[in-house]
Design a protein around this ligand. Sequence first.
Ligand SMILES: *Cc1c(COP(=O)(O)O)cnc(C)c1O
Length: 439
Amino acid sequence: MRFVSTAGDASADLAEALTSGLAPDGGLFVPETLPRFGAEALAGCESLPESARRVLAPFFEGSALAEELPLICNESLDLPLPISAIRPHHPDEAPAWLLELFHGPTAAFKDFAARFLAACLSRLRGAEEPIRTVLVATSGDTGGAVAAAFHRRPGFRMVVLYPDGKVSARQAHQLGAFGDNVHAYRVQGNFDDCQRLVKRALGDRELLGRVPMTSANSISIGRLLPQISYYAHAAHRLLAETGEKVDVIVPTGNLGNATACILAREMGLPIGHVTLATNANRALPDYFAGGDFDPREAIATLANAMDVGRPSNFERLAWLFRDRDLREADIDAVGIDDARIRETIVKTDRERGLAVCPHTACAMAALEDRRSAGNNRPALVVATAHPAKFEQVVEPLLGREIPPPPALAELLKKESHAEPMAAEYDALLAVLRDEDQNL
Ligand SMILES: *Cc1c(COP(=O)(O)O)cnc(C)c1O
């Protein structure tokens, strides 16, 4: 399988697309063609790694990693994946389920993709190559998931930059708690400053000559592909249970997770309508309501991992639907503001017996809107983080403690350390070059 750039005619095989991240012409890599699967394609697949091997095989065909795919799936995707029934409001309500993607080491869905990417990159690295630095800017969840995935991985060191004081207390603790080959820096600036520094370093030829670096940010095709597999797996299981395609509601920020869901549907997997549930950042709801795609400054909300004004994966969706009208593609988008997020966290707990994080609350609000509008189709609500990760929002609303899941509790017990760093390129250069730091 070849991967082409959304920006023009650059093309690469999977290994090249994985190692370079962004296409050389500045576009994002997309698969040249989509494999098609019939209704029975995943028959007999009991676990996520089994489903993933089957669904991802065509993308790996002909690449240096093709033979390794089964091992990569076993090693990285073997996380618990409960699909739990959501308690109905009344006996006639169509079934709805929660796809719990938050049982990985950092309690958010990004664990699946970060682990898969790390498993791929470590196999692509030659034994003789110098240590590779994985440089990541994070507004909270990405850095933790990538750090967990590369922690103690031979041949890699990880440098993570986050805006000091602008991530949740638990997120900050998590970022500094790995130690070993993971180095956390709290930058005196905002997330955009962190991202600007990382972009500049990854484009700095002179620096790259001396310090080999890789990015692991969300636009990597190596993070998109594994996300297809849990939609395929869940949709197939629910088809067996109900005999119907399931509609899916995805909490959406940068549009990576939802694009994977739409790809799974376009590959023939049994998924019906897809709803993108965003927070008060309205670029997508406004577009799907008939406006132009109008990226804008991000605004801060309670669902902070979705505070994106310019969803970068829109480019991939637009490419995928280049011959069709994306607004006629059985996709819609809803925007949920902070007041509604709070209200939904309380109501979901009281009426459905379920504590949800602020991101998942956006998707639950979309489910409630569908039901009150008389839509009674089976629906799968995607839960992107464990509520205990956002305890400062959730606990006061519910008036009780939400115990963290075991992996997160372990991390929170460890000591945590992050070095301060000025939001200046020279400061980053010093960090990347400083051998005394024993990076
Ligand atoms: C990253 C993140 C999202 C948004 O996912 P995208 O792929 O960027 O749309 C939603 N919820 C949580 C908890 C996240 O960490």
